[in-house]
Design a protein around this ligand. Structure first.
Ligand SMILES: Cc1cc2nc3c(=O)[nH]c(=O)nc-3n(C[C@H](O)[C@H](O)[C@H](O)COP(=O)(O)OP(=O)(O)OC[C@H]3O[C@@H](n4cnc5c(N)ncnc54)[C@H](O)[C@@H]3O)c2cc1C
Length: 599
């Protein structure tokens, strides 16, 4: 197990989980939430239950002004100003609290998306990049919901390739205004917002960001788009025809709009992962209740093994994403709170968020895919009723799908994970290359007779260490072959991205289960089960992805040798995951809820 380094050796950097080893006490888990943080979650959940859910039929029909009203009401309760420092009227919540909030507003996806469009990506650009005057003018009203906001990056021809934007800004001859021309597409909250964060190229070249007020002459919003899901949210195109935007409404610097755009998306994407977690828990709750009520062949369908397998697997995957989301939130929070050479606290927070961009992308991709898995299985558990709009899961199924598309598609995020890792490795910020070389030496030296881990989690510890080696083996081989052209090998990059996600998930599940087991003994048994089943499957997935990548990288004897090494790394004891899923499902069914809440 020689390739990992203790985390205490200064490897607390983004992506360092791939090469450093962590201890259970290093990893934040939902059991570590403070009473205040739990209270924030309860308040958000109660708000959604009482003030939002009863309005769903009208919201889905786009009743004029209703979503704006609901958001303003959330603002009155302080649910909109989490990202805004107290001095500008917000609550300046810590990262963990804002994660709890993002998770708990997800009871109705259209509200969660509208909330994120305003309180997340519609707010962050001003908080992190605004001038003092801009912050004073806009943030207090955004915090209360008096002004609603949105983030306007995408265009008809520029989505993933956002820098291909055609919207232009030129300074007026008198120098007082930026004159905007162009079109934006798919803008959440665009139909009712008051403040628009708009990206445009100054003189057609320098990508920049502007704050545009509703009512600006020449600026109009299109009709509501007819969407597959999240129909209660507003999504429109925006048009700019010689729209004058005051010179002082430039946000950040000319030609530095990409810094605003991408840093904002990085924060938004992490919150999206948390929101997907909340949605997935809801899908599990309704599935459990329905499974118990529905009978077939003379018994409740919840007694069938194949239904239990679904409920169990849903809970296991939710456990994995929850462990990653809260671990990431805790890591970011402690890095923000740590002493820093940077005197400007806002700037320091942005640097920390950038540091953990890899983990944020992981939470977005894994969160959205977990939610999709859960709503799909929920429809299946409901059978024909799952396909009917009068039952809750049809809408959840439609609503879920967009999460893999916005805030950077999952394809783009998978590639980003690897691009960011390699960039850090090349810059020497992350010692991946020495780790891969060390692994190479270990492989050449042949099987080790060093004693492996011992104790109740020995097998899982071994799997974690081996998964990290599997990544280094596959990534090292691919980078050696393709060097700076690796980005062109997208399928390989995605396979490596999948291994990275599973390594992070394995470690997050394992550390949480160990922590819980130490604190709660036998009562943590079902969580330990969930962790074991997840880790077992994840190691098999990692082996498969590595095999795919290696087969596309090497050939002949070299490939045969690499595959033999891979088989050695992927060796693990067989466990009965069927019985484990049944036990986890029984825990779900006992309370009709996700069984590891707050633990
Ligand atoms: C309901 C909804 C709300 C939205 N809200 C907002 C908002 O508030 N603000 C905003 O600015 N935008 C918003 N968007 C836009 C969203 O961010 C974009 O749709 C998304 O970035 C994808 O861009 P696109 O639709 O142009 O697809 P494209 O970029 O054309 O992608 C099409 C397909 O090609 C793939 N692809 C693209 N490039 C590559 C590549 N280099 N390698 C491999 N595959 C690639 C993609 O992954 C995807 O599968 C919203 C979209 C929707 C549907």
């Amino acid at each position: 197990m020689a390739t990992t380094t203790p985390v205490s050796e200064g490897l607390q950097r983004g992506g360092a989980f791939l090469i450093a080893s962590s201890r259970p006490e290093d990893v934040f888990t939902p059991a570590d939430l403070s009473d205040d943080q739990r209270l924030i979650g309860q308040t958000a959940e109660e708000f959604v239950t009482k003030e939002v859910l009863p309005l769903i039929p009208d919201l889905e029909q786009h009743k004029e002004g209703l979503m704006a009203q609901v958001l303003k009401k959330a603002g009155e309760l302080g649910l909109l100003g989490s990202a805004i420092p107290e001095e500008y009227g917000g609550s300046g919540l810590d990262k963990v609290s804002s994660t709890v909030l993002a998770e708990k507003v997800a009871g109705y996806a259209s509200f969660a998306v509208s909330h994120g469009g305003h309180a997340g990506i519609g707010t962050i650009p001003i908080v992190y990049f605004g001038t003092e005057a801009q912050k004073k003018k806009y943030l207090p009203k955004i915090a209360t919901g008096e002004s609603l906001s949105c983030y306007c990056l995408s265009e008809p021809q520029a989505g993933s390739d956002a820098l291909a934007s055609r919207t232009r800004a030129v300074l007026s001859p008198d120098g007082k205004n930026w004159i905007l021309n162009g079109q934006k597409m798919w803008i959440t909250n665009g139909g009712f917002a008051d403040v628009y964060i708009v990206f445009a190229k100054v003189d057609g070249e320098k990508f920049s960001c502007f704050i545009v007020d509703r009512g600006t002459p020449g600026f109009t919003a299109g009709a509501e788009e007819k969407k597959m899901g999240i129909r209660g949210s507003s999504t429109v195109a925006l048009y700019f025809e010689n729209a004058p935007v005051p010179r002082e409404n430039l946000l950040h610097e000319v030609g530095r709009g990409h810094i605003v755009a991408f840093n904002t998306l990085n924060v938004g994407r992490f919150s999206l992962g948390a929101a997907c977690l909340g949605g997935a828990k809801q899908a599990l709750v309704v599935s459990s209740k329905y499974a118990k009520e529905r009978t077939a062949f003379g018994k409740s369908i919840s007694e069938f093994g194949l239904i239990k397998a679904k409920l169990g697997e849903m809970a296991i995957r939710i456990f994995a994403i929850e462990s990653m989301v809260y671990r990431t939130a805790g890591t970011i929070e402690s890095a923000v709170a740590a002493p820093s050479a940077e005197a400007d606290k806002t700037k320091q927070a942005m640097q920390v968020l950038e540091e953990y961009a890899i983990e944020s992308s992981i939470c977005k991709v894994a969160g959205s895919e977990t939610l999709d898995y859960c709503v799909d299985e929920a429809v299946q558990i409901f059978g024909g009723y799952g396909f009917h709009e009068d039952y809750p899961v049809a809408r959840a199924y439609r609503d879920s799908r967009v999460n893999r598309i916005f805030e950077g598609t999952n394809e783009i995020n998978r590639m980003l994970i690897i691009q960011m890792l390699l960039k850090r490795a090349m810059a020497g910020a992350l010692p991946l290359i020495p780790a891969a070389m060390k692994l190479g030496e270990e492989v050449l030296a042949g099987p080790s007779f060093e004693e492996g881990p011992s104790g109740p989690f020995a097998e899982e510890e071994r799997s974690l260490a081996q998964a990290k080696k599997i990544f280094l083996l596959a990534a090292g081989t691919a980078v050696q072959k393709f060097r700076d052209k690796i980005a062109e090998q997208q399928e390989i990059v995605a396979a490596l991205g999948n291994i990275v996600m599973d390594v992070y998930a394995i470690e997050s599940c394992l550390r949480r289960a160990q922590k819980s087991s130490a604190a709660r003994g036998e009562s943590a048994a079902v969580m330990v089960d969930a962790a074991r089943a997840f880790i077992y499957d994840a190691l098999e997935r990692a082996e498969k992805e590595a095999r795919t990548a290696l087969a596309a990288t090497a050939a002949g004897d070299t490939l045969a040798t690499q595959l033999a090494v891979l088989r050695r790394f992927a060796k693990h004891a067989v466990i009965d995951t069927i019985v484990i899923r049944r036990r986890v499902a029984d825990a779900v069914l006992a309370q009709d809820r996700y069984p590891f809440e707050g633990r």
